[in-house]
Design a protein around this ligand. Structure first.
Ligand SMILES: *[C@@H]1O[C@H](CO)[C@@H](O)[C@H](O)[C@H]1NC(C)=O
Ligand SMILES: *[C@@H]1O[C@H](CO)[C@@H](O)[C@H](O)[C@H]1NC(C)=O
Ligand SMILES: *[C@@H]1O[C@H](CO)[C@@H](O)[C@H](O)[C@H]1NC(C)=O
Ligand SMILES: *[C@@H]1O[C@H](CO)[C@@H](O)[C@H](O)[C@H]1NC(C)=O
Length: 181
């Protein structure tokens, strides 16, 4: 709860204090997927693909062996500092099925989702059906749009996610990104 409130405040302070347009670039730096509940499905893709020397994209896809109707995501933003990962603003656990029923009720998650929406088929509420894939394809969000909402210092940032199905950890996906000017 505390971290959610801090995140709210900082979205506002960013918008107020960032007067000029922020310029910069990002590049995905690492991506790792670990399936903890193989009976539910398997990863088909978990990779970073180069677009050109300065740009790349993420391609993720998980095949579902079971119909899933109860999913939560715990996501944590971290920053690389002094040789380790340190918490950075967001540490949130949300019910994915509820999120898709009422996205406006989840301010930060909805903001992050807005950068993913055009690239994913996970865009509806539960259930997610057996025999289908949950995909994030060719994810390469617009640099200016990302930096307008997250005008962070240059550096390396990570997103660590754990996906829970019926309260059991089923999948972990960690990614990191470098912001540079
Ligand atoms: C993701 O990061 C967390 C925290 O550092 C770590 O415990 C976990 O093993 C990582 N998972 C993967 C798949 O890299
Ligand atoms: C990402 O994966 C999908 C499915 O395999 C594929 O169609 C697409 O071309 C891939 N994108 C890149 C850049 O490789
Ligand atoms: C959800 O994603 C699918 C596959 O990309 C797409 O065909 C569909 O129009 C999307 N639905 C919404 C509501 O965005
Ligand atoms: C799920 O896995 C089982 C055992 O590997 C397999 O027999 C079944 O066809 C799979 N279901 C789907 C939808 O792929």
């Amino acid at each position: 709860m505390f971290s959610v409130r801090v995140a709210f405040l900082c979205i506002f302070c960013f918008n107020i204090f960032v007067i000029s347009k922020v310029h910069g670039s990002y590049k995905f730096n690492s991506l790792a997927c670990e399936v903890m509940a193989p009976e539910l499905g398997k990863m088909k893709l978990c990779e970073i693909k180069a677009i050109d020397r300065k740009h790349n994209m993420i391609n993720l896809s998980a095949f579902l062996n079971k119909t899933i109707s109860e999913v939560e995501i715990h996501f944590k933003m971290v920053k690389r500092e002094r040789g380790g990962w340190h918490p950075f603003f967001y540490d949130i656990r949300i019910d994915v099925c509820q999120f898709f029923k009422n996205r406006r009720g989840f301010f930060i998650s909805n903001l992050i989702y807005s950068f993913i929406k055009p690239y994913t088929n996970v865009n509806h509420t539960c259930p997610y059906m057996e025999g289908t894939e949950m995909r994030l394809w060719n994810w390469s969000p617009d640099e200016d749009a990302v930096l307008a909402k997250f005008p962070v210092d240059h550096g390396t940032y990570g997103l660590q996610t754990t996906w829970y199905v019926k309260k059991e950890a089923a999948l972990k996906v960690n990614g990191s990104v470098i912001f540079f000017r």
